[in-house]
Design a protein around this ligand. Structure first.
Ligand code: AMP
Ligand code: SF4
Length: 469
């Protein structure tokens, strides 16, 4: 069953602000800080207490907001979204926030994650007469709320959230209130901060830093927060469970300056490198990291091993992330455009090349070849996370099982395929040790793509179908 499931989905970033006269502008800055989470499209919805106003477009945040007259988006509250999409899903309809207008009132939604039972819920909603406008699983939540018999939106929202299976960080906005919800296992990151008297919510705390907001706390798994003129109110729609925040957020997705669930991303990556050096030492002349996401782990590896850290690879800042390229051929081209070796540093050297993860193996193969072409005597690949052998069902584009190199090959085969002199991965316990500071703080992590232990049950996995942010 797992092998049949199509490469699902996307990380995305969400942002919200309540109680600020420049809500739309601040959302623009917040989305800027979250740009690494999605480059396909971005948008904002504001409320002035009477009307919701939307602006969204495909493209990078700067382009999306280039000619926007922010006075047309006036309001004291806003939500925003940056979208990451896999191939074949590039449509303005799926760019968020999604805005629904009805006689009962309007509602906008921004979502990061993946609702695993969206397919069966869509079937149920369509049978009951709902007409869904997008192929996005996010829309399901809006329809569940709208179809509710309950007049109280919070009650309707809680009922709807209880029906969802999967990973989700939601921010909803109607004319009068903002609602924030995190799935019962807290798979996706979501934090709350303050900007003066205003409340801010974001996928990553780096969005708080850019706007000068202070971090307040995490949104708890299974929590529904309502923010309005009356202030912030909190309730639960699910029992508090062990948190299972996505380990790949620490390994690759999040920005190093973000703190996720009280753990700084750079610090955790550095520890991954330290653990990796303990677990998989090798004689070499220099340690180098694949920019940007592997630099912290490379620093940790060098520190622990005593082998000097060097900049052996340079990143061209003006190309997008490799995965954005839709085909394998273009992806490979993308890697070439993105990185260059520093010949003067690697020539004649035994190089330890640290990368954060291997998914298909394209990146490692290209980089090993690049380093060898530049004269490296040996290239030892050290990966700062365990082998990815299982697809992700929780909102991360992790491809099919067939495409995951480690699902189909032994370490020796991977070593031969990427052309390295040796390959080693960090163990699952090493990764956990690098992330979890204190069990008492509910800092459990999901490592299902590496360990196969999915925090949402096997039965739920069979429900997967429609998968968008
Ligand atoms: P690959 O060439 O498929 O092995 O890609 C691996 C590289 O892509 C890693 O070095 C990461 O930096 C990055 N990466 C890992 N997971 C993902 C993902 N789900 N989406 C996009 N990029 C990823
Ligand atoms: Fe993250 Fe992997 Fe878990 Fe998906 S399966 S949420 S990528 S750790």
């Amino acid at each position: 069953m797992l092998a049949e499931i199509r490469g699902l989905n996307e990380e995305c970033g969400v942002f919200g602000i309540w109680g600020h006269e420049k809500a739309a502008e601040i959302t623009y800055y917040g989305l800027h800080a979250l740009q690494h989470r999605g480059q396909e499209g971005a948008g904002v919805v504001t409320t002035d207490g009477n009307t919701l106003k939307l602006h969204k477009k495909q493209g990078l945040v700067n382009d999306v907001f280039k000619n926007v007259d922010f006075s047309t988006l006036r309001g004291h509250a806003a939500i925003g979204h940056v979208r990451y999409a896999t191939q074949g899903e590039r449509s303005i309809d799926n760019v968020q926030p999604l805005l629904f207008r009805s006689q009962k009132g309007s509602m906008a939604l921004a979502h990061n994650g993946n609702i695993m039972n969206a397919y069966s819920l869509r079937g149920e909603l369509e049978s009951a007469g709902s007409i869904l406008q997008t192929s996005s699983d996010t829309e399901v939540l809006a329809h569940l709320i709208k179809r509710s018999e309950k007049n109280n939106i919070e009650v309707a929202l809680k009922d709807a959230l209880k029906r969802l299976v999967g990973a989700y960080a939601f921010i909803l906005l109607d004319e009068h209130k903002m609602y924030v919800a995190l799935d019962p296992r807290g798979l996706r990151p979501l934090s709350i901060g303050r900007l003066g008297s205003a409340y801010v919510v974001a996928s990553e705390t780096c969005a708080f830093d850019i706007i000068g907001a202070t971090y307040e706390r995490e949104v708890y798994p299974g929590e529904l927060i309502t923010i309005s003129e009356q202030g912030m109110d909190t309730t639960r729609f699910a029992e508090l469970e062990q948190r299972n925040l996505c380990a790949m957020e620490y390994v690759y997705f999040s920005r190093p300056d973000s703190d996720l669930n009280h753990v700084n991303v750079h610090a955790s990556r550095k520890k991954m490198g330290i653990e990796l050096a303990k677990e998989a030492p090798v004689n070499a002349d220099i340690v180098t990291g694949v920019p940007d996401s592997s630099i912290s782990a490379a620093i940790g590896y060098a520190e622990q091993s005593g082998i000097p850290y060097e900049i052996g690879l340079i990143k061209n800042r003006y190309t997008g992330r490799t995965f954005i390229q839709p085909s394998q051929e273009l992806r490979e081209q993308g890697v070439k455009m993105k990185l260059s070796p520093v010949r003067g540093i690697v020539e004649g050297k035994r190089v330890i090349m640290i990368d954060d993860s291997i998914v298909r193996g394209t990146t490692s193969r290209r980089i090993v070849r690049m380093l060898k072409d530049a004269g490296a005597k040996e290239v030892h690949v050290r990966i700062a996370s365990p082998a990815i052998q299982n697809p992700c069902f929780y909102g991360i584009d992790m491809s099919t099982k067939q495409e995951l190199i480690a699902a189909n090959h032994s370490i020796d085969e991977i070593c031969a395929l990427v052309g390295a002199d040796s390959v080693a991965y960090l163990s699952a316990s090493g990764l956990e040790h690098a992330i979890v500071k204190e069990e008492s703080m509910n800092q459990g992590v999901c490592m299902a793509c590496m360990t196969g232990k999915y925090p949402v049950t096997e039965k739920d996995q069979t429900e997967i179908a429609y998968t968008r942010c």
